[in-house]
Design a protein around this ligand. Structure first.
Ligand code: NAI
Ligand SMILES: O=C(O)C1=N[C@H](C(=O)O)C[C@H](O)C1
Length: 251
């Protein structure tokens, strides 16, 4: 496949390597030094068959728009724009465009997302456990909470009767016990620590014990491989998809 990369930072560079290993061609790389090349004309000129977008929360929406203008399917990993997701779903549904967004492309996290929902449903039977989400990422991260933490929180809110919205607190490790969190709110605590690729924990705590469900990324390779697999999967499809559409959860 002829792949264009939008964003050539920590993720873009690993995605390029994996794409080349899988015998794809990288026909265009957009980064801060050549932003003028992110046009529908340029995508057509290089005959891009898919764009893989890992840039910044600030630039992602404009870049997706360019992909739509060019009619090129787009795989989006950039986080921090979640409030616009319904608009993009509508655009995809009303047009022939194809887009796949995942807050996290790793297989392990997508298994985690699925089990998280099952666990939340089960915990309706045990209301004396209080639930909380914690995410830890490197200090360059621009958004909080992480996109992955939002997906986890939505999975809990959709399945646990006591929670109807989430509240984020970005801490430097200070105790969150003093934070005002309403009973219906699910607390997402965000911590920023040097060099952490991404760690997410769901905690159910009672007076007598705690249950912790945790995913730890050891590096960024799983995210990057998942994004390339998504680009392959998206070929010849129209509409809006998530990574959950790619994976199988039947047992
Ligand atoms: N969905 C997933 O599995 C994952 C998502 N992410 C997300 O991907 C995004 C990128 O992450 P990193 O590569 O770690 O960040 P990074 O900061 O290392 O790279 C971002 C790159 O985008 C470039 N950029 C700036 N403006 C741009 C524009 N207008 N168009 C294209 N590129 C532009 C920057 O120059 C930079 O090189 C973040 O939002 C992060 O949260 C990161 C890892 C996994
Ligand atoms: O910015 C990152 O690094 C990551 N971002 C994604 C997120 O916001 O969930 C995925 C992963 O955790 C790494």
């Amino acid at each position: 496949m002829k792949i264009a990369l939008s964003g050539y930072g920590k993720m873009g560079k690993i995605i390029e390597k994996i794409a080349l290993d899988r015998k794809h061609e990288v026909v265009l790389i957009i980064d801060h030094n050549n932003l003028d090349d992110m046009t529908a004309e340029k995508l057509k000129e290089v005959e891009a068959e898919v764009v893989i977008e890992f840039s910044t929360p600030h630039s992602v929406l404009d870049n997706i728009q360019v992909c739509f203008e060019a009619g090129v399917p787009v795989v989006v990993g950039t986080t921090g724009w979640y409030e616009h997701i319904d608009e993009l779903k509508e655009i995809c549904e009303d047009t022939d465009n194809a887009m796949l967004y995942a807050s996290n492309f790793s297989v392990g996290v997508n298994i985690f997302f699925h089990v998280n929902k099952v666990l939340a449903k089960l915990m309706n039977n045990y209301p004396y456990y209080e639930v909380q989400v914690e995410e830890i990422h490197h200090t360059q991260k621009l958004d909080s909470p992480s996109g992955t933490a939002i997906t986890i929180a939505e999975g809990i809110i959709d399945n646990l009767e006591t929670k109807s919205e989430w509240k984020n607190v970005l801490t430097d490790g200070h105790d969150v016990a003093g934070e005002v969190v309403k009973n219906n709110q699910l607390l997402i605590e965000s911590l920023r620590v040097e060099n952490v690729p991404g760690t997410h924990t769901v905690m159910y705590d009672s007076e007598v014990d705690s249950i912790e469900f945790k995913h730890t990324a050891h590096n960024r390779n799983g995210f990057a491989l998942g994004a390339v697999l998504a680009a392959e999967w998206l070929q010849n499809k129209n509409g809006f998809y998530s990574a959950q559409d790619m994976f199988r959860f039947d047992i």
